[in-house]
Design a protein around this ligand. Structure first.
Ligand code: ATP
Length: 261
């Protein structure tokens, strides 16, 4: 693998109808990156992921993908129909395109799926209906699906949304392990303290990129206030960074911004 960027957005501007959602956004995803995109609700995080995937046409600017890049998307769990009648193994198996000659999961693939299940801590759950899993397990199934698809780049849209604190940490550890195994990972998150502060690269987005880089350079009161639109402090607690909102309705983050749903 070379160090040529996998995906580059240059001067990306996206509008849905009249409103500009992304304005002159430039980001680079290099092999081995583990990047968190943070910003308040409606700041354009999902739109940026879609544009980087090539799922929407920018109004101006460019997205360049290395030809060998195959991205596996792990969607927001809220967007998934959990009543769709499939088991965990079937859900994962469907990630690969099938021809008419072998529309079914082959014996070899069954072994691969079992290995992916083991790797993601889902051992023994292959025959379970996807509805009958915990939130953390459901998130893992869709990560497993992306891994089984053969993707080496994973995009996760709010992977810890709706999960409790312990499960959030488990997902964070899993993503770190996958990153250490060579996966390039880009995720969007509202969870500054639970997830973002633990990532090596953070992109603060609010229509445009307010700051991008390692936590030391990005997690500053100035960048955070310009991203979230309210005053923030960054405290050290037990060797860890904690971002605290210091406005009138102060709280320790994660939070939904005032504009949040
Ligand atoms: N298909 C669409 N058509 C029109 N407007 C859209 C569409 N998708 C998103 N938007 C608008 O674009 C803006 C950015 O949305 P986006 O989902 O990218 O933000 P986000 O940062 O991911 O938000 P959240 O954190 O709440 O998921 C919002 O104002 C949203 O209402």
């Amino acid at each position: 693998m070379t160090d040529t960027p996998l995906i580059t957005a240059d001067g990306l501007t996206v509008s849905y109808g009249a409103g500009v959602v992304l304005d002159d956004v430039s980001v680079t995803i290099a092999p081995g990156d583990l990047i968190g995109i943070v910003g308040p609700s409606g700041s354009g995080k999902s739109t940026l992921l879609k544009a980087l995937l090539g799922d929407l046409e920018p109004t101006s600017g460019t997205v360049t993908r290395r030809p060998d890049v195959h991205v596996g998307l792990v969607p927001q769990v809220e967007r998934i129909d959990w009543n769709f009648p499939v088991t965990v193994s079937e859900c994962i198996g469907m990630a690969r395109a099938r021809g008419l000659r072998t529309p079914w999961i082959t014996k070899a693939e069954r072994g691969e799926i079992a290995a992916v299940l083991d790797r993601l801590g889902l051992h023994g759950l292959g025959d379970r209906h996807i509805r009958d899993l915990s939130g953390g397990q459901q998130q893992r199934v869709f990560i497993a699906r992306a891994v089984f698809s053969g993707a080496k780049v994973l995009f996760l849209d709010e992977p810890t949304s709706g999960l409790d604190v312990t499960t959030r940490h488990e997902v964070l550890h899993l993503l770190r392990d996958l990153n250490a195994d060579g996966f390039t990972i880009v995720l969007s998150t509202h969870d500054l303290n639970g997830i973002a502060t633990h990532l090596p690269i953070i992109v603060c987005l609010n229509k445009s990129v307010i700051g991008a880089g390692d936590p030391d350079s990005v997690l500053t009161p100035d960048v955070l206030e310009r991203t979230y639109g309210s005053p923030m402090q960054v405290l050290e607690h037990g060797g860890m960074r904690v971002v605290v909102e210091t406005g009138p309705e102060a709280s320790v983050l994660p939070f939904r911004s005032a504009a949040g749903r």
